[in-house]
Design a binder for this molecule. Structure first.
Ligand code: NAD
Length: 262
């Protein structure tokens, strides 16, 4: 028996980056996994099969677009109807858009808020009733250092992540007397496709190569001068799902190479 055998985990945005690392780590501990996110269907199917074989767990993929509340409702109904109640909910899907606030396209604002904040409200409200009935649940929200501090040109992302930290605290208070916990992880720079796009934009803007742009990005914010590894975030998520974390409630746990210690 592995620690999470018999548990069912939904990890949103798990076809890439941090979410995929979290799905892998939870599966390695024995949890059945629901993958979600965008990507090439054949590549996602290969990923699903690999994960199921490598960890000997059930892995299902649901391609819901989390910007659409109706697709979230369908996804949650499908999971509960076919696989049972969700024990572990990791709200990880996220998008970024970088622009000064007076040039920020309103439709990008709406999209960032929808995926990074509203989707988390919807998955939580739909997963909680069965968690409360069974008196067990772990909700892990992947926020960001940008849930705690700001940077220029990220109005929607910073607003959404601050909102997610607030939502985390409310859910933690409302579930404080139960076996359900809700916490947020706040990573600094992690070198995933989401950040790779920012590195590329910086390289073009400054007329430098990618590695020089990556070093400049770190130098600005992250005292360690190193990227955080997706696997480190996954290990923290696994810990938050363990019995030892039963009384960690409403916490914002940074894993940011010292970013917010400055
Ligand atoms: P990523 O781009 O590698 O992965 C994002 C995932 O979300 C992908 O699987 C993508 O398909 C999915 N996704 C995007 N829009 C979606 C939608 N509408 N519906 C369903 N799925 C959708 O990015 P990542 O860096 O791994 O980011 C994961 C989370 O970590 C995000 O919430 C991000 O804000 C947060 N984060 C990342 C960093 C970093 O430096 N990379 C730092 C702090 C926080």
């Amino acid at each position: 028996m592995r620690p999470f055998s018999g548990r069912l985990a939904l990890v949103t945005g798990s076809t890439s980056g941090i979410g995929l690392a979290i799905a892998r780590a939870l599966a390695a501990e024995g949890a059945d996994i629901v993958l979600n996110g965008f990507g090439d269907p054949a590549a996602i199917e290969a990923l699903r099969e690999d994960l199921a074989n490598e960890a000997s767990v059930r892995v299902r993929y649901v391609g819901a677009d989390l910007a659409r509340p109706s697709e979230i409702e369908d996804m949650m109904r499908e999971i509960e109807g076919e696989l049972g109640g969700i024990d572990i909910l990791v709200n990880n899907a996220g998008i970024q858009h970088v622009a000064p606030v007076h040039e920020f396209p309103p439709e990008r604002w709406d999209a960032v808020l929808a995926v990074n904040l509203s989707a988390c409200f919807h998955t939580i409200r739909l997963a909680l009733p069965s968690m409360l009935r069974r008196n067990f649940g772990r909700i892990v929200n992947i926020a960001s250092v940008h849930g705690l501090v700001a940077s220029v040109h990220k109005a929607a992302y910073v607003a959404a992540k601050h909102g997610l930290v607030g939502l985390t605290k409310v859910v933690a208070l409302e579930t404080a007397g139960t076996g359900v916990t809700c916490n947020a992880i706040c990573p600094g720079w992690v070198r995933t496709p989401l950040v790779e796009r920012q590195i590329e934009a910086r390289a073009v803007r400054e007329g430098v190569d990618g590695e020089t742009a990556a070093r400049a990005l770190l130098a600005e914010k992250q005292p360690s001068q190193r990227f955080v590894e997706p696997e480190h975030i996954a290990a923290l998520a696994v810990f938050l799902c363990s019995p030892a974390a039963a009384e960690i409630r409403g916490a914002t746990l940074t894993i940011d190479g010292g970013w917010t210690a400055q």
